[in-house]
Design a protein around this ligand. Structure first.
Ligand code: IMP
Length: 437
């Protein structure tokens, strides 16, 4: 696949939690901008630097690299309360955050207090039929974005008088709706106005026309890294709808969510965990709701970064990942958490589906609840992989597993993650320079 751009896009090809923070951190060393273009504080990106572990939700993972400008672009559901907490937490650990290393799009949507409230009330009411959201208000915020008249954008937080009038008007609608639907108590509009006017003052120096900034960078061929949130199977259009998040999270979402031309997407690195996990409800054909799943959860520490919920675990579903890799046009794969598979006598990989006894030809996320997996079995290995730094350090069976993944996904494995540390990343068949070396 031809790739004339100097940019890199990193997207998850499963249901999120593929270890994007670590790969973005590694790849950001050669980039001037790191840009979040989708999702919001529902994401949880973990980066380890030495003994220090940083769990980031909204601030792009390039924040730990000096000289990188991090951008929260127009496509993000921006929760300023979470962002300011994160900024404070980073400052307390010696990472200064300000206009020189963080820019927030004036056109990004603001997650307002009524969004989190509606998310929780709606899920409670749905009971067993719930989506299993992160309760961060993401769905209601994007719903208001589409409705337009009840949305607040970041730029509006800077205009105190207009903001007060708008919050009054929206709070009235929300209070009536929530009282009627859920019997909820009214929110105090004055308190919200006070809080969000103050937030506006705090973030003002960082608010910018990030689209113009990024288009200029594209024209000048300044390297940009686009950091995906969640994973492709949670994409609003192409995932396992309705058990998805509310924004376009595949690489197709980059131009819309960042305000850049499609040609700026650049080299696409598809993040794939060596097995699969999912949080929340919805289909998961290769799920192992048994001792295998328990073992993957324990070894991989599969508990939500954002919610602490135990994640559902299962074998790698290469049929689903191939679909996601094709959708995003992934040029290469970063295979994460291979070390978690140590100690299994044999490993299984889902290579296709059967539906009503027939082999499924074209992957269709809407059929996922009804299919049966077809598995290939591969030999496991006993060795601990966390000290491996070159492909040759891996046991033969682990090398065979990586080769099988390349074969099934039809693209090279560029990187292999073998542990949480920054250094535990093997550069394999990547064309990207200076990373993991
Ligand atoms: P929401 O994005 O909070 O509305 O949640 C919708 C679905 O996406 C739920 O199943 C969540 O568990 C899932 N989800 C949202 N963000 C992430 C993430 O960053 N990692 C994994 N799952 C996520």
């Amino acid at each position: 696949m031809e790739n004339a751009s100097v940019n890199v896009t990193v997207v998850g090809l499963q249901w999120g939690d593929e270890g994007k923070g670590k790969v973005v951190d590694a790849l950001s060393s050669g980039c001037q901008f790191v840009v979040r273009f989708c999702g919001g504080a529902n994401a949880g990106h973990t980066v380890r630097v030495g003994e220090e572990k940083y769990a980031l939700h909204l601030i792009p993972s390039g924040i730990l690299r000096p000289g990188v400008v991090n951008v929260i672009a127009n496509g993000v559901a921006f929760d300023p309360i979470v962002a300011l907490e994160e900024i404070e937490g980073l400052a307390a650990r010696g990472v200064a955050v300000g206009p020189e290393n963080l820019r927030i799009s004036a056109a990004a949507q603001v997650v307002m207090p009524w969004h989190g409230l509606e998310d929780r009330l709606s899920e409670q009411r749905l009971g067993k039929g719930k989506i299993g959201t992160t309760a961060r208000g993401i769905g209601p915020c994007y719903a208001d974005k589409a409705r337009r008249t009840t949305a607040v954008r970041v730029g509006e937080l800077l205009e105190a008088d207009a903001l007060a009038a708008k919050v009054h008007a929206i709070a009235e609608i929300k209070n009536c709706t929530f009282a009627a639907l859920y019997g909820a108590e009214a929110m105090d509009a004055e308190a919200i106005i006070e809080e969000f006017t103050d937030i506006g003052r705090q973030i003002a120096p960082m608010v910018a026309n990030t689209g113009a900034m990024l288009r200029r960078a594209v024209a000048e061929r300044v390297p940009i890294l686009f950091e995906g949130g969640q994973g492709s199977m949670l994409d609003i259009d192409h995932g396992t709808y309705p058990f998805v998040t509310s924004s376009p999270v595949a690489a197709c979402g980059v131009p819309v969510g960042a305000g850049v031309p499609p040609s700026a997407v650049g080299r696409v690195v598809g993040l794939v965990k060596a097995y699969t996990s999912r949080v929340g409800a919805g289909p998961f054909p290769s799920e192992q709701d048994n001792q295998i799943g328990d073992r993957l959860r324990d070894r991989g520490n599969e508990y939500g970064t954002t919610t602490g919920r135990p994640r559902r675990c299962g074998w790698l579903d290469a049929f689903a990942v191939r679909y996601a890799a094709d959708l995003s046009g992934a040029h290469e794969i970063a295979l994460a958490l291979l070390d978690v598979l140590s100690g299994f006598e044999e490993l299984r990989v889902c290579t296709g589906y059967r539906l009503g006894g027939q082999a499924v030809a074209d992957f269709d996320p809407s059929q996922m609840g009804d299919v049966e997996c077809v598995y290939e079995t591969l030999p496991g290995w006993a060795e601990d992989l966390t000290a491996a730094r070159r492909f040759g350090d891996l046991p033969a069976e682990a090398q065979q597993y990586v080769a099988a993944v390349e074969d099934l996904l039809g693209r090279p494995v560029g990187f292999i993650g073998v542990g949480p540390d920054r250094e535990a990343l093997i550069a394999h068949h990547t064309v990207l320079r200076g990373v993991g070396k």
